[in-house]
Design a protein around this ligand. Structure first.
Ligand code: ATP
Length: 412
């Protein structure tokens, strides 16, 4: 250092020199890889661009990036081709077709006594949870319930204070590398390289995961299609939040993960983007396990087969969606209006398939064990009594009612 200083170079200038030369090497390396991986470049001669980049690293790279890159030709659709490939096709490219027969009921995630204590807040207070392999699992909870903390621990990005989380048997704290190889993770606020296009971003992700070149292009095409970003040449910096979120989901799928962890994947999307992401998730059902956190109940109802509700750092319920509804107070309820509610009420109370029978004006509100039985038996019973049936409706408790009850119960 003294010698350099003696030769007139300050330490600051030396550091700047090292940074600039490292930066230009990286830039030139990126351009060279890009030149030879790209199907075509301007003028058609790849070696001319490569020589330019090697000889004049910074200006050569800038000129190449500005004008040398020709977008890959989009094949013309053949007769019978659909403009948009069905989501199920995409899932087939990413995953081998689902095996016939019932999937083995192995847990993809096992969480036991998971606790996370921050200096000022208890984020998780002893969470126990099992997620079966192949399920689409909704992790539902209000703001501050601890969803992000759980997902960060599952992804090996945070350490629990107590308890453990396992992904396919691997401890997320002590075997983080094994876990990383099995998961795809979309954080709640994903970060991107703004100067890249979606394709470049996915190419970079594929390279980082060491995905073989033979599979790379088809997989990237499929994911761009899934994300609705095929043919979009704008750089990520110019994307809407929805486009970024869709790209984030695509990126999380790049390594065909056995477990896809998504933190609020639909919250920033417009209705069409939301539907596209949900369709994509639905197409993955049975091929991989999807565990996603959300506060959007409608999304859970549309695609999840299982749901857990987290409130104030604790699981307050875990069940298949149908069971969750029926467990929480009269999920199966019918409303009947006739000319003589008193008589019909007495007759209904004597039936084995009814529970509580309540009168509300001329209406009867009847809890039933099975809606199908009620649909069959109520009109028959009313006819036997010789009464007119003026109204007969099912009154299902929505998941939203259940969710509000559970969350309020947990905070009471
Ligand atoms: P949201 O839906 O609002 O993102 P969430 O269910 O994901 O909420 P978390 O982000 O996991 O909840 O937060 C759970 C609790 O832990 C909150 O009270 C939060 O303030 C607290 N918390 C989270 N991260 C930290 C941190 N790094 N330091 C201190 N407290 C934190």
């Amino acid at each position: 250092m003294d010698i350099l200083n003696d030769s007139g170079l300050s330490t600051g200038a030396l550091i700047a020199l090292v940074v600039v030369s490292f930066g230009q090497t990286l830039l030139a390396a990126f351009c060279l890889i890009d030149i030879f991986r790209r199907p075509a470049v301007l003028g058609g001669r790849k070696w001319v661009w490569a020589v330019l980049v090697i000889l004049f690293a910074i200006p050569g790279s800038i000129i190449y990036l500005a004008v040398g890159r020709v977008p890959a030709p989009v094949p013309l659709p053949e007769e019978g081709d659909d403009a948009v490939r069905p989501r199920a096709d995409a899932a087939t490219v990413l995953y081998a077709p689902a095996e016939q027969g019932p999937a083995p009921a192995r847990p993809a995630i096992v969480i036991a006594g998971l606790t996370k204590q921050y200096e000022t807040a208890t984020a998780l207070a002893g969470v126990d949870l099992q997620v079966p392999e192949g399920s689409v699992f909704g992790f539902l909870g209000p703001n501050g319930a601890g969803k992000t903390t759980t997902l960060r621990i599952l992804a090996g990005l945070a350490r629990p204070t107590a308890g453990e989380a396992r992904v396919f048997g691997h401890d997320t704290t002590t075997e983080a590398d094994a876990v990383h190889a099995l998961i795809g993770f979309l954080p709640d606020v994903p970060g991107f390289y703004k100067w890249m296009t979606a394709r470049e971003y996915l190419e970079l992700s594929a390279a980082l995961f060491g995905i073989p070149a033979a599979e790379r292009d088809e997989r990237i095409e499929t994911l761009l299609d899934l994300a609705g970003l095929s043919g979009v040449t704008t750089r990520i910096g110019g994307y809407s939040r929805g486009m970024k979120q869709r790209l984030g989901v695509a990126q999380a799928l790049i390594n065909s993960p056995r477990l896809l962890l998504l933190d609020e994947p639909t919250s920033a999307l417009d209705p069409i983007g939301r539907r596209e992401v949900l369709e994509m998730i639905a197409a993955l059902a049975g091929r991989t396990t999807v565990f996603f956190s959300t506060h959007i109940l409608a999304d859970v109802e549309r695609v999840c087969d299982q749901v857990a509700v987290l409130a104030a750092g604790r699981i307050v319920e875990q069940a298949p969606i149908g069971k969750l509804r029926s467990r929480h107070g009269g999920a199966q309820r019918v409303i009947i209006e006739t000319s003589d509610p008193q008589r019909l009420g007495a007759a209904l109370s004597a039936e084995a398939w009814t529970g509580a029978v309540r009168r509300d004006g001329s209406d009867l509100i009847v809890e039933v064990s099975d809606l199908e039985v009620a649909y069959r038996e109520v009109p028959a019973l009313v006819a036997r009594l010789g009464l007119p049936l003026r109204r007969f409706d099912a009154d299902e408790v929505s998941l939203e009612d259940v969710f509000v009850d559970l969350v309020q119960g947990a905070s009471a």
